[in-house]
Design a binder for this molecule. Structure first.
Ligand SMILES: [Cu+2]
Length: 349
């Protein structure tokens, strides 16, 4: 994306967050922490809020991510740089040119007590990747199915008497319900084993530790979450995805009783894959080489949270978040992430 477009995309929402007039006049003053549009973090944050004893919540999220063009470290490179030519071969026979990843997530939360909220979330994924070969031929591979399933608890560590500050521990486990044996199903590629990034799960039990802090003051709500994904063992295909950690901080402002908007900055880091599948040839395509996984990323997200205060959809929440990658420093050669949307629906009862 052109630098000017990117600069505008960063500057305009910042100004809006600071300058937008605040609609006032609502006499009823609820606890900021339990109702209203800004009481939940931006939709891209998982496990951000706890519930009151006996409360349930259902949620649905969809994330649509595109990766396009190649990067080596933090510089863009062309597919031709990677594959080379017949006369001057590069390191790989094939380079990916684009990948679309769609992930749908269905979740439930239940609080057996004010100190503990339980969570369950499963996912459905759809992946599609375009490639170009050294000879200039193009082909696409696809995979689709159930992803991994997360179970866990949010454990209250601290909460101010007036609910203006809250701190909780995120303790979760990712169960390997997603396949790691996906093959391409297009007739021309029949039975081709798909590389690591096109598989639907990690294949391992992964620990999901984290800690989340939130604060509420007037029209503002802000918070931070530090989280990690730690695969605990090599899976049945003899590899283990790299550990990853992320720190995200957000600031949200209530515009009306119905709508809030937010700004969120996220830094994430993932390690390389440990081990390797013996049925993939790492010289064939960049995605089959374990050196081309993991890296550091910084992104900025703009969000909208809506809370329906009355009518037939009373209590329903709808949220949207647009994430703009700011910086990517990737291990080896990988596709570059493009801006993407996350949308969601939540209902507590
Ligand atoms: Cu919830």
């Amino acid at each position: 994306m052109p630098a000017q477009t990117k600069a505008l995309q960063i500057a305009l929402p910042l100004l809006a967050l600071m300058a937008a007039p605040l609609a006032s006049g609502s006499a009823a003053h609820h606890h900021a922490a339990s109702v209203g549009p800004a009481s939940h973090a931006p939709i891209g944050v998982m496990g951000d809020h706890r519930h009151k004893a006996g409360e349930w919540m259902l949620s649905y999220r969809v994330m649509d991510m595109r990766m396009e063009g190649l990067m080596q470290g933090s510089s863009q490179v062309s597919a031709g740089d990677v594959t080379g030519t017949m006369m001057m071969p590069g390191n790989y026979m094939v380079a990916p040119t684009r990948m679309d990843m769609e992930m749908q997530m269905l979740g439930a939360m239940y609080a057996p007590s004010d100190d503990l909220t339980l969570m369950l979330m499963t996912s459905y994924k759809r992946n599609e990747m375009d490639h170009v070969t050294r000879m200039g031929m193009r082909f696409t591979t696809r995979s689709e199915g159930l992803g991994d399933t997360k179970v866990g608890g949010l454990i209250r560590l601290f909460e101010a008497d007036d609910h203006s500050h809250t701190l909780h521990l995120n303790a979760g486990l990712s169960l390997p319900t997603g396949s790691i044996d996906e093959k391409d199903d297009t007739p021309s590629m029949a039975d081709a084993k798909l590389p690591y990034g096109m598989q639907l799960g990690s294949g391992s039990l992964d620990l999901l530790p984290g800690i989340t802090w939130q604060a509420y003051q007037g029209a503002y709500n802000w918070g931070a979450q530090l989280s990690a994904v730690l695969p605990m063992e090599r899976n049945d295909n003899d590899y283990r995805l790299g550990n990853s950690a992320a720190l995200t901080v957000w600031l949200a402002r209530k515009a009306t009783d119905f709508l809030s908007y937010s700004l969120r900055l996220t830094g994430e880091s993932q390690g390389k894959i440990d081990g390797e599948r013996d049925d993939l040839n790492p010289m064939m395509v960049t995605t089959a080489d374990t050196d081309n996984y993991g890296g550091d990323r910084l992104s900025l997200s703009y969000g909208l949270n809506a809370y329906i205060p009355d009518g037939a959809l009373r209590g329903h929440r709808f949220a949207l978040e647009y994430t703009l990658p700011l910086h990517q420093d990737l291990n080896g050669v990988q596709l570059e992430r493009e801006p993407y949307f996350t949308a969601g629906w939540q209902l507590a009862f």
